[in-house]
Design a protein around this ligand. Sequence first.
Ligand code: ZN
Length: 268
Amino acid sequence: MKRAYVLFLCLIMAFAAIGCGKEEDDYGKVDHIKNSVEDEPMTPTATPTPTEDPVKPLVLCLDPGHGGRWEGAIYHGQQERYLVLQLSKEIRAYINEHYPEITVYLTREDNETFSSDIGPDLRQRVEFAKNCGAQILVSIHLNASEKHNLRGTMVCISKQPNIHDISVELANKLLDATASIGIPKNGNTGYVTRNSGDTFDENGVPVDYYAICRHGASLNIPAVILESCFMDNDKDYEFIKDDAAIKRLAAVEAEAMARFMIEKFSKK
Ligand SMILES: [Zn+2]
């Protein structure tokens, strides 16, 4: 009889302990949700659980090169500033349709923006990307060579250690994407770095020659210049010759950018 009584007491205590534990879990959950709301803007459908970290929104910034009075390259009666704007808008449209979890911003929507001096203009483009909360900036260009004898995709990246390695990864994804539709890599690797010959940081180390990459390094945002192909090469021109060609090029580049962003940033 006494043994049965002790067993009964033990059972009551065990239930009480389970109850307390559950209560703590619930409070923990409430706190977590409250913190999430304060830290991050949440969509109405987002329901974080205690085991999941809040996910930062994925933001991609595209920079259609040139614009304003900066025409860029001109071949086949086409101006680079218009073609890269069209290509950028097609990339955004593809990502909006297939990867709605990624927000895409363009540094310019028309050809009137960015008509100031080229120096501050390039800095402003990277500052814009930073202010958007973008994880990466891809500056969209088309190439041309002095002797008109080069072809292929070239990605200009920073040499600075804070953004170099991730820029190489992104460059390789973009190069694989354009290769998949028949555009070869330019040079051995397809990506290039270049140091400034006359500008150095406080430690005497030369900064990047390419302004978009240089400002990307200083603002700590991976910023690359994607030169999809050479406008002045007949074989390359096939890939940008009309609306359908530009849409096809945009689709493979958009797919590469979206997958890269999801792989690198969706759980951070
Ligand atoms: Zn350009």
